[in-house]
Ligand binder design. Structure first.
Ligand SMILES: NC(=O)c1ccc[n+]([C@@H]2O[C@H](COP(=O)([O-])OP(=O)(O)OC[C@H]3O[C@@H](n4cnc5c(N)ncnc54)[C@H](OP(=O)(O)O)[C@@H]3O)[C@@H](O)[C@H]2O)c1
Length: 253
């Protein structure tokens, strides 16, 4: 099967590409680095030739609400329209657990909009929500770092490895569209600040992690999985010992 991975160069996207190739699929990457701009449509028509499934793991360069909303409206509507015209039979999109429990959060409101546009058709679609990646703690270290201090906001999470998320997205590609797939979470809860500190400690990074106030637009526990969620490893501690974590650390000093 030919699978187009929108955002296939990103944090989770590169694992989606690996997982799809490991399952024997023919993979096309839709991203600007591969000559496809999903906001303008440049390069998309020819890239989609022969693709029957699109997995959308794109993300805008800013998480600011209005810009993110424009991105998460334009990109799925273009994937729907051009995908339908090219015979795509299934559009799969990655979302985030709890976005409907934080209505004042601009980026989450944008993700809700992405879900709605994705599911509006005409291409049959599946949305899978996942909790924060194990890698999110490292993304937060980078985003909040000033010199050698990172101000990571406190938040209760139940993180899952990006590689695990990718495997489940590729699994969905072999099935018919189902609308909402079961949510996906990792095995254990923790505070984001403690995860960031554990990463810094494990890899001996010269970064001090301070606990910043929690984001007031995310109610406590909003990102945690509810009954019926699929739980899959590795744990954060197991992931810390993996080559995936070590590779991230090499870019984090
Ligand atoms: N981080 C988390 O903990 C988490 C948890 C659950 C769900 N998610 C969701 O997972 C998705 C991916 O997140 P991520 O952190 O892996 O993203 P990321 O590393 O920021 O990657 C974003 C991807 O989008 C592509 N992209 C951006 N603008 C584009 C454009 N105009 N045209 C084509 N491609 C474009 C980028 O490629 P180019 O730069 O080459 O264009 C890149 O491949 C997001 O939708 C996010 O909401 C994230």
């Amino acid at each position: 099967m030919r699978i187009a991975v929108a955002g296939g160069t990103g944090m989770v996207g590169h694992y989606v590409v690996q997982a799809a190739q490991a399952r024997g699929h023919d993979v096309i990457v839709l991203s600007r680095a591969h000559g496809v701009d999903l906001r303008t449509g440049q390069g998309l028509e020819s890239a989609l030739d022969g693709a029957t499934v699109i997995i959308d793991v794109t993300n805008p360069s800013t998480t600011q609400g209005e810009a993110a909303s424009a991105f998460f409206t334009e990109v799925p509507s273009r994937l729907q329209a051009v995908g339908a015209a090219h015979g795509v039979q299934h559009l799969i999109s990655l979302s985030i657990v709890g976005i409907d429990r934080a209505p004042a959060h601009g980026y989450y409101a944008a993700k809700l909009r992405q879900e709605q546009v994705t599911l509006a058709g005409p291409v049959p679609a599946t949305v899978m929500r996942a909790t924060q990646f194990h890698e999110f703690a490292v993304q937060m270290l980078r985003r909040t770092r000033q010199d050698s201090v990172a101000h990571v906001p406190s938040r209760r999470v139940q993180p899952v490895a990006a590689r695990t998320v990718a495997r489940w997205l590729v699994e969905l590609a072999s099935e018919a569209a189902i609308g909402r797939a079961p949510d996906l979470a990792g095995p254990a809860q923790a505070d984001l600040v403690d995860l960031a500190r554990a990463f810094v400690r494990r890899y001996g990074l010269q970064i001090t992690v301070t606990a910043a106030p929690a984001d007031p637009t995310i109610p406590p526990g909003a990102n945690l999985p509810t009954a019926g969620a699929r739980i899959d490893g590795p744990t954060f501690e197991q992931w810390l010992e993996s080559d995936d974590a070590a590779r991230l650390a090499a870019y984090s000093s």
